[in-house]
Design a protein around this ligand. Structure first.
Ligand code: DSN
Length: 430
């Protein structure tokens, strides 16, 4: 009996891996695929160990190698992002955000945040950790046509509300955020700027997006597994010593105790991959996103921010109300092995969270598998077949399984035949 259950779970893991890694076109903007090098380093004894506290100053014995790995990871991240202060201990972007908000605000302080329909992450809002900490959420004005924060209106709102923190960035991020533009008024009223880089960390690493720290953000919070193609985790980066000291005071013991040690070496390896291959990768991601957006547009999809060139990140956002809404469309695409997620777009009220009007796409994972502009055009045509021409889904799915056979190995990593290592040495991954 127990064996049957074990076999079933192994079968489920294999089926999941085969489907999502080898047979789908994954366009979820918050995901990515790690390289075989990163996979290999991820599976290690650290997953069984504790190391609360800082390297070399732990509350547990037995951490001498972990200490060195964590120190090297922080140093590598600091070098890549030109950050004097790095903390890899947040286990997710949300825990980094929690620690950031808690360390910079008191209860009843005000945070200025763009609305959720504009792409703010749930942790920035009254529905998430910000609200749970008793911090008041006030709206940062947003220009829906430009799909970014309205600078003049925001300057006015900051003067009026004098927020303790201003949060920029988040889950829909097509264009650069106005860090530079809001720095002066933030100084005037004594606000900290927190930049949530979760989605665009890999583009920042590849120097193809803005550099939020250089532009004046006090603290960058992020996850480490979206455009930055590492294992799931979080990080905080800063050049502001006072802010970083406060953050470090609370990340442990308030927001994490142990910080999931097995991810550290793998995150280090991702950082090194981004150091050597990040620029080429990020350039291709943005080129691909632009190509997908303009092809979708020319096939009749309502792609947002048309006047502004659709996107300057890895994301493309479509208004799919005319095709049945975000939920329906995402389900139809999944039947064809195109994996996406429904998303709120400007005009959606909070009650539309389960039935939003939009679909969010991200091209970073398919770029990692070696897809370029012509594949983006092909993906747009597949979406047209599925959603506009209503071609039989089973036939689209079979076509995609064939297509994926040419895009199985992760690029932008070290060429030491590691792409074969996954199958030979880590069978559970396949
Ligand atoms: N909710 C995730 C996203 O998909 O953007 C981030 O945590």
């Amino acid at each position: 009996m127990a064996y049957e259950e074990i076999y079933r779970i192994v079968e489920l893991v294999r089926a999941h891996n085969k489907w999502r890694r080898k047979e789908c076109i994954n366009l979820i903007a918050s995901e990515n695929v790690t390289s075989p090098l990163v996979d290999m380093l991820y599976m290690n004894d650290g997953m069984h160990r504790y190391a609360e506290g800082l390297p070399w100053k732990r509350y547990y014995q037995g951490t001498r190698y972990i200490d060195e790995i964590e120190e090297k990871t922080n140093l590598a991240l600091g070098e890549l992002f030109r950050a004097k202060f790095v903390d890899i201990r947040p286990v997710s972007g949300t825990s980094a955000n929690g620690a950031a908000f808690f360390s910079l605000c008191e209860r009843d302080d005000t945070a200025l945040v763009a609305p959720v329909y504009a792409g703010s992450h749930v942790s920035h809002t009254k529905y998430g950790i910000l609200g749970a900490l008793g911090i008041k959420e006030e709206e940062l004005p947003f220009n829906p046509e430009q799909m970014r924060v309205d600078i003049d209106a925001s300057i006015k709102r900051i003067k009026e509300k004098k927020p303790k923190i201003i949060i920029l960035g988040g889950s829909v991020i097509l264009f650069r955020q106005p860090v530079k533009e809001l720095r002066e008024v933030a100084n005037e009223v004594g606000s900290y700027i927190i930049y949530d880089a979760a989605h665009v960390l890999g583009l920042i690493a590849g120097k193809q997006f803005q550099d939020p720290l250089a532009e004046g953000a006090d603290l960058v919070t992020s996850s480490t597994h979206k455009t930055f193609p590492g294992p799931q985790g979080g990080v905080a980066l800063s050049n502001n010593q006072e802010v970083f000291k406060k953050f470090r005071r609370y990340i442990f013991p308030v927001f994490v105790s142990n910080h999931h040690l097995h991810r550290l070496a793998a995150t280090w390896a991702t950082t090194i991959e981004m150091k050597y291959f990040g620029e080429e990768y990020a350039k291709n991601v943005i080129k691909n996103a632009k190509a997908l957006a303009s092809e979708l547009h020319s096939l009749g999809f309502k792609v947002l921010a048309e006047k502004y060139g659709f996107t300057e990140s890895h994301q493309v956002v479509i208004d799919v109300r005319n095709l049945g809404g975000g939920s329906y469309v995402a389900t139809q695409l999944e039947m064809c092995n195109i994996i996406t997620n429904k998303n709120m777009i400007p005009g959606d009220t909070p009650d539309k969270v389960r039935e939003p009007s939009g679909l969010r796409l991200g091209v970073q994972e398919m770029t990692r598998y070696g897809c370029g502009v012509s594949e983006m055009k092909y993906i747009a045509e597949l979406m047209e077949k599925a959603l506009i021409k209503k071609v039989d889904k089973e036939s689209i799915k079979n076509e995609i399984i064939e297509f994926r056979k040419n895009f199985q190995h992760v690029k932008y990593t070290f060429d030491i035949e590691l792409n074969n290592l996954t199958e030979e040495k880590l069978p559970i991954l396949i």
